[in-house]
Design a protein around this ligand. Structure first.
Ligand SMILES: N[C@@H](CCC(=O)N[C@@H](CS)C(=O)NCC(=O)O)C(=O)O
Length: 218
């Protein structure tokens, strides 16, 4: 099976699929596009004009990170989703929650004014605090084995650490359980290797180009 993932270097949803592919140690190609100048062919492949897309054997194309990850999980061992239907449904629910949090994180990152920044960060931290409350004691979301929830949340946590280094975020600092989970995830080669070494710089430039309030002195 040949797999081509179509993405954008800063996209956390694409990163979810990169992590899953690397975890499964399957060979794939990664084609980056410029989202500011979307090629016509992307719009033909992806009805919402979004990345990631996964092209399978040069033909069928899937879109939506969670759909892509579940397809990869069902076709390439080792399985990362639980076998029990109820547990699997719970994992899907927390992944959906993670997608909502990524939306808040993006809004906070691109906020230029105080009002929008405060509103976005309030929403972001309320959700992160909720996640902190349900966080168990294992290394990963569901104990000692890595799951698709970990693959879905690692890009969010990675960005939290980068943003915290740019401008201290005391509410992130106080989330001990999430930060320990983050540290564990960042040690994994599939997470560390899911972005290029210059990713923090790249993100910094992106924020700077957008006049992000995060880059102004606190
Ligand atoms: N729900 C989608 C979200 C993907 C998404 O929002 N991708 C962004 C980049 S991070 C995108 O392609 N944006 C282009 C646009 O909205 O026009 C998923 O999970 O795959």
């Amino acid at each position: 099976m040949s797999l081509e993932l179509i993405g954008f270097p800063l996209c956390p949803y694409v990163q979810r699929s990169v992590i899953t592919l690397l975890h499964k140690q399957v060979s794939f190609t990664l084609t980056h596009i410029d989202l500011a100048h979307k090629p016509e062919w992307l719009l033909a492949l992806s009805p919402m004009g979004k990345v990631p897309c996964l092209k399978i054997d040069g033909g069928t194309v899937l879109f939506e990170s969670q759909v892509i990850n579940e397809y990869l999980d069902e076709t390439i061992a080792p399985a990362l989703h639980p076998t029990d239907p109820l547990e699997r449904a719970q994992h899907r629910a927390w992944i959906a929650f993670g997608s909502e949090i990524l939306g808040d994180q993006f809004q906070m990152m691109v906020a230029q004014g105080d009002e929008r920044f405060t509103a976005a960060s309030r929403q972001l931290f309320e959700k992160l605090e909720r996640l902190e409350r349900i966080r168990g004691t294992g290394a990963f979301f569901a104990g000692e084995s890595f799951s698709l929830v970990d693959a879905a949340l690692a890009p969010l946590f990675m960005r939290m650490e980068i943003l915290h280094a740019l401008r201290p975020l005391p509410r992130w600092e106080s989330l001990d359980k999430l930060r320990r989970w983050t540290a564990r995830l960042m040690e994994l080669p599939e997470v560390a290797g899911s972005v290029t070494a210059d990713f923090p710089n790249h993100l910094h430039h992106y924020l700077s180009d957008r006049g992000s309030l995060l880059l102004r002195s606190a």
